[in-house]
Design a protein around this ligand. Structure first.
Ligand code: SAH
Ligand code: SF4
Length: 402
């Protein structure tokens, strides 16, 4: 009998983590999708297809460059890969993009894409152009398991984690649409990424991390971690890992300063309260005055928008000595939402109190409202379809009553 206590004992001293390649699941056509694989997984995919390790290493490097630096999806365009090798790759592999169901452009230039996965799940991404930057708002899940009461995505029943390929695929698709290949450090339209689309990124941590590592890789997409922001509703136990393993900017959806209000608006607060959350922010690696934590605060009329609450917000941020900025988001309404947006005067007064305490508190201009692309409005067309169905049913019932 082996002594299990001993065999499980950790070996003392520094041990390099041994990366374990992910099990690769082929698509329905038998081919393996290379998009979203880590560098190691890409090499392993080639080795598993009987390429010698040395060959596999070289080919993986070439493929990585073609995929993420040049945006090429067609093996026959990879000029430094031999004409015999190209069809060999084609038979076994594919470099995918999410299917685009619909692409919309707002009057303010904001663009929204409705995307569909292989298993017919819909999710959305939004591109917001500004004078000095272009921000892609990326989804991490189809729907969201958290039910924040003011968020439309939170009302979706269907939830699935997006794969690393589906997450990085959004960035690839945006680059395709903006004509931004090959990757170059200067003059890009897509300069920033925010994980603020559908879903809670820290409930899909591994996939979000793997995808963002690809996005940040210098041989490929090459976006600096300083230009990437991850927004969480407050999954406290995962925040330290996010800081250590991805080290991107952190945004926290606060929205309330008392237990009562935040318990209602952001129900995860019942599990991880405000104090725990702010302590995790204070401990977030890499946060300092040059890289402040963003606190998002949605302005809801007579719910969380009093002067007293603004003062309490300041007190909390000072108490935890947080390098903070506050983003005030006017509530974006959706059909059936149980809240109204605060008045402009209220928002101004709230913002002034925070600003007077020396904390920046800009009011975010809603973008893409006309195409339902603004914060918290993301909910897919398939769901809208069912709403249309419901409306029709209501009409039928009313007609039956006469
Ligand atoms: N799940 C993550 C990231 C996605 S939500 C999170 O909650 O942080 C991105 C931001 O939009 C969050 O701050 C969220 O609270 C906010 N938001 C959601 N619904 C909104 C609405 N209807 N109006 C304004 N902001 C909203
Ligand atoms: Fe999920 Fe964020 Fe919406 Fe809350 S605000 S339901 S965490 S997407």
């Amino acid at each position: 009998m082996p002594n299990t206590a001993t065999t499980l004992m950790p070996i003392p001293g520094h041990i390099d983590p041994v990366p374990v390649p992910r099990e690769l699941k082929p698509r329905a056509d038998g081919r393996i999708d290379l998009l979203g694989l880590t560098k190691l997984d890409l090499r392993m995919a080639l080795e598993t297809s009987q390429l010698e390790p040395k060959q596999a290493k070289l080919r993986a490097k070439q493929l990585w460059h073609w995929i993420y630096n040049r945006g090429v999806t067609d093996f026959s365009l990879m000029s430094d890969i031999s004409k015999t090798m190209q069809p060999w790759l084609e038979q076994r592999f594919v470099i995918s993009r999410p299917d685009v169901v619909e692409a919309q452009v707002s009057t303010d230039g904001t663009r929204k894409w409705l995307l569909r996965s292989d298993d017919a799940q819909d999710y959305e991404m939004v591109f917001i152009p500004d004078a000095d930057r272009g921000t892609l708002c990326v989804s991490s899940q189809v729907g969201c398991t958290l039910n924040c009461t003011f968020c439309h995505t939170g009302t979706m029943r269907l939830v699935r984690n997006l794969t690393p390929g589906e997450i990085v695929g959004q960035v690839m698709l945006a680059r395709d649409a903006l004509g931004e290949w090959p990757s170059q450090p200067e003059g890009r339209m897509l300069t920033n990424i925010v994980m603020m689309g559908m879903g809670e990124p820290l409930y899909n941590f591994d996939n979000v991390r793997d995808a963002l590592k690809i996005v940040m890789d210098g041989d490929g997409l090459g976006l600096s971690r300083r230009r990437i922001t991850l927004s969480t509703s407050g999954v406290v136990p995962m925040m330290a890992r996010a800081g250590e393993e991805i080290a991107v900017n952190l945004a926290v959806s606060l929205h309330g300063v008392t237990k009562e209000v935040r318990d209602e608006l952001v129900p995860i607060n019942r599990k991880y309260g405000i104090e725990q959350l702010l302590q995790a922010c204070a401990d977030y690696p890499g946060a300092n005055n040059a890289r402040r934590i963003t606190f998002e605060y949605v302005m809801l009329r007579d719910k969380n928008d009093s002067d007293a609450e603004a003062h309490e917000l300041v007190r909390l941020l000072k108490h935890y000595d947080l390098p903070a900025k506050v983003n005030l988001i006017p509530f974006n309404p959706w059909p059936g939402a149980p809240y109204d947006c605060s008045t402009p005067e209220r928002i101004k007064s709230f913002s002034n109190i925070i600003f007077d305490a020396g904390i920046s508190a800009p009011v975010r201009t809603p973008r893409g409202r006309d195409i339902d692309a603004a914060c918290g409005q993301l909910k897919t067309a398939s769901e809208k379809q069912s709403r249309a169905d419901r409306d029709r049913q209501t009409e039928e019932k009313l007609a039956a009553i006469g």
